[in-house]
Structure formats: structure tokens, C-alpha cells
Design a protein around this ligand. Sequence first.
Ligand code: OGA
Ligand code: FE
Length: 278
Amino acid sequence: MNTAALEHLPRVSASVQYLVPMAEKPRSLEYEPPPGVSNTTAVYRAHSVDIRDVRPVAAGLSLEHEGFQLLDSPTSVTDFADEETIRTQYYAEAICLLKQQTGASRVVVFDHTIRRRLQGVVDRVAGAPRQPVPRVHNDYTVKSGPQRVRDLLGDEADGLLQKRFAVINVWRPIRGPVYDAPLAITDASSVAEGDLVATDLVYPDRIGEIYYVKFNPRHKWFYAPAMSRDEVLLIKCYDSVNDGRARFVPHSAFVDPTTPVDAPRRESIELRTLVFFD
Ligand code: OGA
Ligand code: FE
């Protein structure tokens, strides 16, 4: 991205939570911990960063350079409370969109998460909706990207892993415009490999791995102010090709100091997808 153009973008100053470097590999529990048990060994520290309005430069973004895109992409789905509609209609739309945007030959949507923010509620509490993630992270690592293919696609995995694939999240407001707890995304080209810290995610039935992220003043942060439900963010969380292109795109929800006090709380859906290339 052109540095001169960046200087003129509107921006907000906000705080995001970065990992404090630690000797051990961090681990977090992805379920409600037993009473008295902390859900993570990681320690975070808030850093104040400039988060720029991405809209004026959105047309120039690519999944190969910055690792994310903001697209106009209205959905025909009106009721995101209906799981069946999501799994059929919404997944099908996302597959079309990703094929069209990336030239992929095959797209597998393997998961979705709906987040509805509630004041004072932490994530992964039984009976409460999933919450925005207020920590800088990238969903997959050099290890867990291919592991997902093996876990989900069994016998086909060996063949698929011979070729290029990526993990791409499709993030959309389900009630817009979003003023509350928006998602901030880094330009992947501003993130150094050494900023990424592999962390175990312990689920009841498996151990996954994500990256938490150490602070680096070079990180360039962006967001789409007042993002509407006709827009999506594509966020690449893994690419099997290691040739300098974007592979990991740290992101985090944040408290926007310009949010109107009466703004409705954020509601969003994100899909996780495997994108295969011939
Ligand atoms: C994601 C993600 C967090 C949020 O889509 O991968 O981290 O607050 N979302 O929406
Ligand atoms: Fe994420």
C-alpha cells in the first residue's frame, strides 16, 4: 500500500491487546473453565494504535499483499437466526464469492460463528452468545492450517495438501451499520514472522493452534467504519505458499472511541473456509 496515501486516511486512536512475550508456549481453553481455573496462560497488554479507515483504499487491497479485502457483497439471507438457511443458502453464496474473488477450484465452508455482543459477558459462557474477540490473533498457524485439512477431509487430505490452499474467513455484520466493537485488521505486509506466537487452543475434543501477536510499532491497522450488512471482509488466515505473499492477517475487535453511546451492539457472522487451487 502506498505510504503517502496512508498518511491522509481518517483514523481513530484505540487500544488493542497484544501478547506479552513469555517463555512457555501459551495455551488457552476454548470452553468454560472449571471454577477457579483461568482460561489462558497468556498475558496481554493494551497498546494504543492508529486504526485507519480502509474505505478510501479498499479497491486496491488484495488477498496476496495485504491479505484482506472489503467487498460490497449483499446477501439474500435475511434471517441469520436460522441455522439451516445459513448452512445451505449462506454457505453457497460464500463459496461463489470466494471462487470468483480468488480463482479457487474448490471451497469448503467448515464452520461459522455468530457473535452478538452483550455488555459485560465474556466469550464461551454456556447459554450466552459468542462475543467479539478483544485480542490480536490470527486463526491458524503453519501447523494448524494443514491440520484442519487433515481433520476435515480425511482420505482426500494427502492429495489436497500437494497443492496450494488457503484458509479464508468471511466476516459480515448481520445487523448494520456496525459502530460498536468493530473488527480491526492488520496489513499482513506490516507483520513480521517473529511477531507471531503459536498458542495451543484446548477444545474438549482436540487441540488447535492459533497465533497470538507481540506488539510491533510497524503494524498497520485498518477498519471499515459503519460496516453494513451488504459488505464482507475476507481475511486470509493461512496460505500454504511461503513466497512473500500474505499468509497471516492478525485481527482484533476493538472499542472505537467514536462509537455513539446509543449504538446497537455488534452482531456479526464469520465463516471459516478452506480454499483450494489447481
Ligand atoms: C474472526 C474473528 C472476532 C470478532 O472472524 O476470525 O476473530 O470479534 N472475529 O468478530
Ligand atoms: Fe479470528
